[in-house]
Design a binder for this molecule. Structure first.
Ligand code: ZN
Length: 353
C-alpha cells in the first residue's frame, strides 16, 4: 500500500480540487462544445498547462489530469482512437509537471489520474460492462505509469459503473476519490439511491465519496447533508456553479430566463447558453463554507469553474492562496470606493451610474 497523502491531508483540514476543465477550455477556444473531447493536451499543451497553473495559483491542492472524456469510446466517436494513449499520457505528464512545480518551500501538489462516465455502460449488459472495465483499466494503467499520486473516478450516474471504476482504481493501491452525479430523477440510473450508492462506495473501500457535476449548490447541498451523516470516510463536494432548482435539479434541462431574445439554435441552455444561470462568487463561497461546516473537507467546483471561483472556495474555508493577493478591493473603486482619494462628486454619482 502506497502512502496515502490525500487522506493525511484531509484528516488535517480542507483539500481543494479544481475541476471543470471541459467548460473552461471550451470558453478559451480550444475545444468544441457538445463534442467535448480534450484534444487540448495534444493540440495546445501550453494552454492546458497554463490553466492548471492558474488553478494552482487560486489554491487547488490537486492537479487532476484532464482525461475526462479522453476514453476509448469517445475517441471512437470522433474517429481518432489511435490518439487515445498519446492524449492520456500527454495530459498526465502536463499535470505531473505542474503538480511538482509549486512555489518555493511548499510541498508538491497531488497529481490525480482520472476516469469517468463511459456513456456506454448499460444495466444488465455484461458485454458493455466488460468493455467499460477495459477502458478504465487502460487509463488507470497509464495514470500509474505517469506517476499519479491518487485517482479520481467521477461523474458516474450508474451506481454499478462507479463500483466497477472503484474496483479498477483500488487494484493500484493509490488513494481513491469516487464522486457520483445523479441526474434529474434524483437517483442513480440503475435505481439505487444517492446515499446508498455513497455508502456502498465507502464499504468497497473508497477514501472519499461524494458528488460532482450536474448539480448547482441548491440541489447538491441537501444530498451532501445526508451523505455526510451516512458515511464515516471523507466526503467530496464539487457542484457546478449554476443555479439549479427543485424543478430543474441538473443543468441539462434548465430553461432560459424569460428575457432571452436569442435562445440557442439547438433548443436548450445546456451547454452553450447557461450564462444567465451562473452563480456569483458569494454563492459558491457560501456553499463551500456550509459544506466544510458539515465536515466535508474535499471541496471544489466542476463544469463552469474558473480560477476566481476556486480562490473563493479556498478562502471560504480560511485558506490564504497566492491569488488572495488579488481578491476584490472595492475600497479603491473609482465610484464605489471608500478610499479618501475618491472624489465626492464621483461617489455621490454612484446610484445614477
Ligand atoms: Zn463537471
Amino acid at each position: 500500500m502506497k502512502k496515502n497523502n490525500l487522506k493525511k491531508k484531509l484528516d488535517k483540514g480542507p483539500v481543494i480540487c479544481a475541476e471543470g476543465f471541459l467548460f473552461e477550455i471550451e470558453r478559451r477556444g480550444y475545444m468544441s462544445s457538445g463534442e467535448f473531447v480534450p484534444m487540448v493536451s495534444l493540440d495546445h499543451p501550453e494552454v492546458l498547462e497554463n490553466l492548471h497553473r492558474e488553478f494552482q495559483h487560486a489554491g487547488s491542492d490537486i492537479v487532476e489530469a484532464f482525461t475526462y472524456n479522453g476514453h476509448r469510446e469517445k475517441m471512437r466517436v470522433i474517429g481518432k482512437e489511435e490518439l487515445l494513449e498519446p492524449l492520456n499520457r500527454a495530459a498526465l505528464k502536463i499535470a505531473k509537471k505542474v503538480a511538482n512545480d509549486t512555489s518555493k518551500g511548499s510541498n508538491p501538489n497531488l497529481m490525480a489520474g482520472n476516469i469517468s462516465n463511459s456513456n456506454i455502460w448499460k444495466h444488465n449488459d455484461k458485454n458493455a460492462q466488460k468493455e467499460v472495465e477495459g477502458m478504465f483499466s487502460e487509463m488507470i494503467g497509464w495514470a500509474v505509469e505517469e506517476g499519479a499520486d491518487m485517482l479520481i473516478g467521477e461523474t458516474f450516474y450508474y451506481a454499478e459503473e462507479a463500483f466497477r471504476a472503484l474496483e479498477v482504481m483500488k487494484k493500484t493501491g493509490l488513494p481513491t476519490v469516487l464522486t457520483i452525479s445523479p441526474m434529474g430523477e434524483n437517483k442513480m440510473r440503475d435505481g439505487k439511491s444517492v446515499v446508498d450508492t455513497c455508502k456502498e462506495l465507502e464499504q468497497r473501500g473508497a477514501d472519499v465519496v461524494g458528488l460532482n457535476c450536474f448539480r448547482g449548490p441548491a440541489t447538491m447541498f441537501p444530498y451532501l447533508k445526508e451523505i455526510r451523516k451516512a458515511v464515516k470516510c471523507h466526503v467530496g463536494a464539487l457542484p457546478i456553479p449554476y443555479r439549479t432548482n427543485k424543478d430543474y435539479p441538473t443543468f441539462f434541462n434548465l430553461p432560459d430566463r424569460n428575457d432571452c431574445e436569442c435562445p440557442s439554435p439547438h433548443g436548450r441552455t445546456f451547454p452553450t447558453a447557461l450564462d444567465p444561470h451562473f452563480c456569483n462568487r458569494y454563492e459558491i463561497s457560501k456553499f463551500s463554507k456550509d459544506s466544510y461546516a458539515l465536515g466535508i473537507n474535499y471541496l471544489g467546483v466542476c463544469c463552469g469553474a474558473n480560477p476566481m471561483l476556486i480562490r473563493e472556495v479556498a478562502e471560504s474555508v480560511g485558506l490564504k492562496v497566492p491569488a488572495s493577493k488579488y481578491r476584490e478591493k472595492m475600497e479603491n473603486h473609482f465610484m464605489y470606493g471608500k478610499n479618501k482619494r475618491i472624489p465626492k462628486h464621483m461617489t455621490d454619482y454612484g446610484d445614477k451610474a
